[in-house]
Ligand binder design. Structure first.
Ligand SMILES: Cc1cc2nc3c(=O)[nH]c(=O)nc-3n(C[C@H](O)[C@H](O)[C@H](O)COP(=O)(O)OP(=O)(O)OC[C@H]3O[C@@H](n4cnc5c(N)ncnc54)[C@H](O)[C@@H]3O)c2cc1C
Length: 370
């Protein structure tokens, strides 16, 4: 259920492992038809990548691994009857299962700030990234233009960097980019200030104005009002602040932690033997260390959940999950525009060659879509 990085890895690994199981049918369900490589969405803005290049056809993928692909939205799950309820254009159906893996990712949150959702663009989905790029293309650059990026986490910083490149490529000096952050520094989720300071220096040297300690109170038609009473007129807002659990999770009466699905050491939803959760939607914690919400963890969890399903069928002892890219010790490549990037790994920061390594990793991922 949900064919992003977690779900696709589950299906892919199951198709490998099913040689060990007597009979196993794999059904992949997603409301979209394409797997989207969200990490590359900010680059849609600068035009460095195309939508085609950074997404893959789920129908073709399912055919390749001999799975069934159902292009419908899941609207509910009956855990008693072991059925997933889907809906497509008003029509619904029930899909039975023996084992279920929930990997429906996260959703963007606007924290209930008046006007924010209606008046902001977003790069969280491919469609959203394309709409954002179209909005930038349509602006009248003969006058002064303000672009506000709200939220200076990994996505916000990358979006600011890609905007720098967008305007550099087009020689549009009339545009001013603002990067707004509630916390005291950009990249606040990274444990060390060094990486925040480096990213802030590179993007502000490129002309981005960084506003930290700044909270959005309201978004009206032409201006953003901050909680300290100051205002910022804008032409385009790109919202990159915060994610929340998929709204379907709210409906489900199963164990949760802060709204995310709480999983045990084997990635089963707590107290359930045949329902697993992986990726952004899962809350995995062991010894005070929590899995991060990133591609690496989604894929590693997907692989282990598949293995544990087969082990359950075989009556074998399940394997414990060990998180690597964690909230406490995250690792990431962050592009900063102007062919610069910073890599954060094992508590250390790498600047030299970071952009080239990031592009290499990205190309490797994109090849998987073909
Ligand atoms: C803009 C952006 C940039 C990012 N950059 C990075 C990065 O640089 N590095 C990194 O490691 N991570 C990055 N991430 C995070 C990373 O993309 C996620 O952690 C990863 O995609 C999680 O995988 P997932 O399978 O849990 O969820 P997703 O990949 O989000 O997949 C969820 C799937 O579930 C489907 N779905 C949802 N609800 C339903 C429903 N009701 N019915 C049917 N299908 C449904 C969706 O259509 C989607 O295909 C970024 C995220 C964003 C938004």
């Amino acid at each position: 259920m949900g064919c992003g990085f977690g779900g696709v890895e589950v299906a892919s690994e199951l198709s490998e492992l099913r040689k060990r199981s007597k009979e196993l049918d794999i059904t992949m369900i997603d409301r979209r038809t394409r797997l989207e490589y969200q990490a590359a969405h900010p680059e849609i803005l600068s035009g460095k990548v195309t939508a085609e290049k950074i997404s893959g056809d789920l129908n073709e993928f399912a055919a390749r691994i001999n799975a069934e692909f159902v292009n419908e939205a899941v609207v509910n799950i009956d855990f008693e009857a072991k059925k997933v309820k889907t809906e497509d254009k008003g029509e619904g159906r029930e899909i039975p299962y023996d084992f279920l893996v929930i990997s429906i990712g996260a959703e963007q949150t606007f924290f209930g700030i008046p006007g924010a959702e209606e008046r902001s663009y977003s790069v969280n989905t491919l469609k959203g990234a394309i709409e954002t790029k179209n909005a930038l293309d349509k602006l009248d650059y003969s006058k002064k233009i303000n672009i506000a990026v709200i939220g200076a986490g990994l996505t916000g910083v990358e979006v600011a960097g890609e905007l720098v490149d967008y305007f550099n490529f087009r020689d549009r000096a009339s545009a001013k980019i603002y990067l707004v952050e509630l916390m005291q520094r950009v990249l606040p989720a990274f444990p060390t200030e060094a990486v925040s300071n480096y990213a802030a220096k590179i993007i502000s040297d490129s002309g981005v104005e960084i506003l930290t300690d700044t909270a959005v109170q309201e978004v009206s038609e032409h201006k953003i009002t901050f909680t300290d009473g100051t205002e910022l007129p804008y032409d385009v807002i790109i919202w990159t602040a915060g994610i929340k659990p998929n709204s379907l999770i709210e409906k489900l009466d199963i164990p949760k932690e802060k709204g995310w699905l709480k999983v045990d050491q084997y990635l089963r939803v707590e107290g359930m033997k045949n329902v697993f959760a992986v990726g952004d939607t899962a809350y995995f914690e062991s010894g005070g260390i929590r899995s991060g919400q990133n591609v690496e963890e989604a894929e590693r969890q997907g692989k282990l959940a598949a293995e544990n399903i087969i082990r359950t069928i075989e009556g074998k002892k399940l394997k414990r999950y060990r998180a690597k890219n964690t909230i406490q010790n995250p690792r990431a490549f962050i592009s900063l525009g102007n062919d610069k990037a910073v890599m954060y790994f094992s508590g250390m920061m790498f600047k030299v060659l970071a952009y080239r390594v990031k592009k290499f990793v990205e190309r490797r991922y994109m090849r998987r879509f073909k």
